[in-house]
Design a protein around this ligand. Sequence first.
Ligand SMILES: [Zn+2]
Ligand SMILES: [Zn+2]
Length: 367
Amino acid sequence: MKGKAAVFTEIGKPLEIREYPLPEVEPDAMLVQVTLANICGSDLHFLKGHGPGVKGGIPQILGHEMVGKVYKLGKNFTTDSLGRPLQEGDRIAYAYFVPCGTCWACLSGTAACPNRYRYWLGVSCEEPPYFRGAFAQYYYLRSGQWVFKIPDELPDDVVSPINCALSEVIYGLHKIGIVLGDTVVIQGAGGLGLYATAVAREMGAGQVIVMDKLPARLELAKAFGADLTINVAEVGAEERRQMVLERTEGRGADVVAEFVGSPQVVEEGIEMLRYGGRYLLIGNINLGLKGEIDPAQLVRATRTVMGIIVYEPWVIARALQFLQRTQHKYPFSRIISHKFPLEEINEALEFARQGKSIRTSLLPHSS
Ligand SMILES: [Zn+2]
Ligand SMILES: [Zn+2]
């Protein structure tokens, strides 16, 4: 038996479809049949060589936001992370990273393990177990990756962004802290910004203000619970700040959350905060892209800045419950807006780059 994968070989070259044998499954691991894999913004950065360990010359399988079914269980892999029995064919959501457990961050109980991608990024997919990333028909899941059964009523379209976009948003908003009645400003209404709008709402935000430059995304932000949307292509920076001040009796926002991925928005985000306000950075994942801030804007107003990537073991479990409670309240299925077969991954990546979709997805088994 073999499975297909889209392999990254060189920066700037199209991905190649290759076939690999299905690997032996170790006792503590499992092989997953990937049913839907999404193109996340960070994949587009990785393809330009910006990812940690992603270099030309090492064939790699990128992609990390996905959902799948248990295909083959190792003999010791009998339950999900909540102790519920697992069987072949069960639909599962799972973390795409593996904390090492032996670094300073892991020992301190923080979700910041620097070794979390050690089996994936920078590791050749020509070596067994081959299937290390989402852009493939199968995925090799190791012990130490949290796994949760997916309730039947949640379709793949609704669940597939859970292990990256939705869980990062839930964890980030938890860490920055949403207090009942907070005014939350969301910078960027892509997949993460839309989730953040709904999650902030459900966490008790008093009002949610969403900024983006694409009218279609702002329209969707309203359906996800935004009270006010601001088109940054039409409204200037000073006017935007004034709009936030007007809506907060002149104080500024309690929380601003960045999902844009550009250092240029950071200074504006900080200056929209009230005294004592909190700024959450999630979108700016690219190393080496610098922006300017006025540090006194933090010091003199005792404002907090926090960066978040990945999350803790509980987050996917609560994200699934969140989707069960709210899947008919918010239009989650509109986040997965376009699907391509795995063989058309290069077209799919180009489509995603053009920003025409919220999330572009791949169907690994469609042909
Ligand atoms: Zn991602
Ligand atoms: Zn670690």
